[in-house]
Design a protein around this ligand. Sequence first.
Ligand code: 13P
Length: 358
Amino acid sequence: MNKQPLADIASALVAPGKGLLAIDESNRTCNKRFETLGIAPTEENRRAYRELILTTPGLGESISGAILYDETIRQTKRDGTSFVKVMTDAGIIPGIKVDIGAKDLARFPGEKVTEGMDGLRDRLAEYYKMGARFAKWRAVIRIDQDIPSRGCIEANAHALARYAALCQEGGLVPIVEPEVLMEGDHSIERCFHTTEETLRTVFNQLYAQRVVLEQMILKPNMVVSGKECPKQSSVAEVAEATVTCLLRTVPAAVHGVAFLSGGQSSARASGHLNAMNARYASRLPWPLTFSYARAIQQPALQLWKGLNANVKDAQEALLYRAKCNSAARQGKYSDEMEHDEVAAVGFESLHLHLGSQD
Ligand code: 13P
């Protein structure tokens, strides 16, 4: 079988005006989010929720690709149409999360390493056959008094690089996601230095494992103050710190950069991305876009509440957030967009209860 060139898939994923939607929460994380809203944590509800998302009319105009979880890529619409077909018909490229989560790193208290390398070559081949054209692996780096350690950063960077090489061998574009977490009271400067060290280490490992930079997408955190830091940075400060950090560490050959939202409110995630594109686009060698989960989905999940009657409203809220981020991808988003529409439903407060994902 002739496989599509990886650089073409990567181009389509970061096409002008478009970004990625992550709906790859593990069952455990998805259930936790359901339970917070009183939605029963069942397989059928997870399926119905993903059907709601993937059948949102017009979603493909702002969303280039969506990242699925193993359960979801095997599921269908109520009428039996596979989700992969629903997506390709809508012009949305199917992607798949292939790590199996962050586990305690032996001898490094408080730190994690992401697992999932066993059998990965075969799993990638199966996902490719099912229609997936890109994959995701997320490493988590936590900031606290004496962490992260070199041991943790190196173990995670090495795993990301081996995963990325296997993806490229198997015909899937790797999304390389080293996430420095927002949890904690650290300053934006601490986040900057930790993100810089992490990205430098990741790119060293990608080089060592012969990963082709033109055939991958980086999914980094933005450089922000820790959630509990008394001094919260402005949108302009986050944009400047993030762009500076990326320019110092991410080679120009990388096909694109698609941020995670990491627990920022939906409006902040759009505002930060917008500020970077509006102020710095001419200095950037790669497109800067989004690959958000919470910052796109949360208003929709809050409206849906597990009820059929709410599907249309939830889809409108989802589409609205996708459009806000499409505008931010082009530097055309403004705060006023938040006041116009149905999607301004109190999601700021909701973010307080969300936690991280695996
Ligand atoms: P958030 O945007 O909610 O951080 O999720 C992105 C993601 O894919 C985490 O792996």
